[in-house]
Design a protein around this ligand. Structure first.
Ligand code: NAD
Length: 485
């Protein structure tokens, strides 16, 4: 007998405590302790999940409900999330390692997605199109069908909500495939959906290995659409799987986001945003601002102030809400450490060289933040997504040079601009090839209202905002010819 919780599969109205690919384990990144075991789906369970979602979509009550009734269920899901905020946030911090305040944000933001898309459910209107005399023509928005959500480990709860809320609002059925590193809060998500009265089979939970369950789901002809959030190499594999049955995808991939800091910026305002931009969740954020372009005249001052700020940071287990938690696991820590060596070769590593030595941190996947100077934008340290807390600082002399550097990247997710000159801010913002531009800001908190997504290798399609709904809808055109007798 063990006290370790077991995360089951949830398929239709069935809770499966066993499946054909056995059981996996999830670990607390701060201590290495087992947090939970989870049932891993194989081929048989993938077949069951797709069949359950298809049945719920094709014959279940969801599409027959009036849109405002669907909206009410979504609102209830948001309310239940907030009611269980503390419990979910604690589980999230233990499973993913992120500081508790960030886990509270995840739950709050997830509830906002359900409020926002609950309110949108009865506003999914089509158009009437003028074809001239004797014709009537209009479009209707229909749900795309069974929507597959493949989720990474960095924001396990919030990224499920981000995709599933608009999919449900549009009338779809969904299958959730969480990351094998963070299976815990996905189950809480599904339980809340059931408690809120979501019809059976509409939300299915399929934990398992990406290379097996994830791949089988992405290839399955019963899946009509895929929302993938994760790395570029896995995203490319998912796209090949999706191409094998010609289904559309929303691809939310990686980033190497620039922050541009002009000499006229208010440093007291800008530097906390720069630091937070690459240190949040130990740098394991797709839109982390990991390249800092600084106007040369303030370069040394900025580096000095960032150095002082970062050196004073506390590390600890997420549940204790430290300044910074651990990386997701020790394997990933090895990858991040390798970049400290790259930084030493390509520039100067001012901070980050030593692993934390405190006994309380010995069993966790902790690293110190890295601050790199003297490496230009062509180096690996400035071009590759590290997914760890490393900032490369690059000086510039003109705004045009800063724009060219910021755009010279395989990625194009977000960018930050720090200046007190409005012409400069807007002029630079206009020229950046990214999906989101932040001016004297870097994130607003519960920002579900506006679209989010990337250019270039950061992917395509948009999450959040009303734009996200398009991924979960088909547009049907209906034309009537009615010549007057
Ligand atoms: P990952 O690509 O390793 O895994 C993502 C998901 O894909 C997991 O659920 C995994 O099990 C699954 N998977 C793996 N192989 C698969 C396959 N062959 N077929 C189908 N599914 C498969 O990503 P990760 O390491 O979990 O997350 C980190 C990455 O996610 C980073 O690159 C980060 O930038 C990106 N990310 C992007 C956004 C965004 O909105 N743009 C948000 C968060 C994270």
């Amino acid at each position: 007998m063990t006290d370790t919780p077991l995360i089951p599969l949830v398929i239709g109205n069935r809770i499966l405590n066993e499946a054909s690919d056995g059981v996996g384990r999830s670990f607390d990144p701060a201590t290495g302790a087992v947090v939970a075991e989870y049932v891993r789906a194989g081929e048989a369970e993938v077949e069951m999940a797709v069949a359950a979602a298809r049945e719920a979509f094709d014959n279940g009550p969801w599409r027959r409900m009036r849109p405002f009734e669907r909206g009410r269920v979504l609102h209830r899901i948001g309310e239940l999330m907030l009611a269980r905020r503390d419990e979910i946030a604690r589980k999230e911090s233990t499973d993913s390692g992120k500081p508790l305040r960030d886990s509270y944000w995840e739950v709050d933001c997830s509830a906002r997605f359900f409020e926002f898309y609950g309110g949108a459910a009865d506003k999914l209107q089509g158009n009437s199109i003028p074809l001239g005399p004797d014709w009537s023509d209009w479009t209707v928005k229909e749900p795309v069908g069974v929507s597959l959500h493949i989720i990474p480990w960095n924001y396990p709860f919030q990224l499920i909500a981000r995709g599933v809320a608009p999919a449900l609002a549009a009338g779809c059925a969904v299958i959730i495939k969480p990351s094998a590193d963070t299976p815990v809060t996905a189950y809480e998500f599904v339980k809340i959906c059931q408690e809120a009265g979501l019809p059976e089979g509409l939300v299915n939970l399929v934990n398992g290995r990406g290379s097996l369950a994830g791949d089988l789901l992405a290839r399955h002809r019963g899946v009509d659409q895929i929302t993938f959030t994760g790395s570029v190499p896995t995203g490319e594999r998912v796209l090949v799987a999706a191409a094998s049955h010609a289904v559309p995808c929303n691809m939310e991939l990686g980033g190497k986001s620039p922050q541009i800091l002009f000499a006229d910026a208010d440093l007291d305002r800008a530097l906390p945003l720069v630091a937070g931009g690459f240190l949040t969740h130990c740098g394991q954020v797709c839109n982390a601002g990991t390249r800092l372009f600084v106007e040369r005249s303030v370069h040394d001052k900025v580096v000095e102030r960032l150095h002082a700020r970062i050196s004073a940071m506390t590390l600890g287990a997420g549940i204790d809400d430290p300044d910074m938690g651990p990386l997701i696991n020790k394997g990933h820590r090895q990858d991040v450490e390798a970049y400290y060596d790259v930084a030493r070769k390509e520039g100067e590593l001012l901070l980050g060289a030593e692993l934390p030595s405190a006994p309380a941190l010995a069993d966790g996947a902790f690293v110190r933040p890295g601050l790199v100077v003297g490496a230009d934008n062509a180096t690996r340290i400035a071009r590759e997504e590290i997914f760890g807390p490393i900032l490369t600082v690059i000086p510039f002399d003109t705004a045009a040079e800063a724009v060219a550097g910021a755009n010279d990247s395989p990625f194009g997710l977000v960018a930050g601009i720090h200046t007190t000159n409005i012409d400069k801010a807007l002029g630079v913002g206009e020229k950046l090839r990214v999906g989101q531009v932040w001016i004297n800001s870097f994130g607003v908190g519960l920002d579900v209202e506006f679209p989010f997504g990337g250019y270039k290798l950061s992917g395509y399609g948009r999450e959040k905002g009303l734009e996200a709904l398009a991924a979960y809808q088909q547009v049907k055109n209906i034309a009537i010819h009615h010549p007057m007798p």
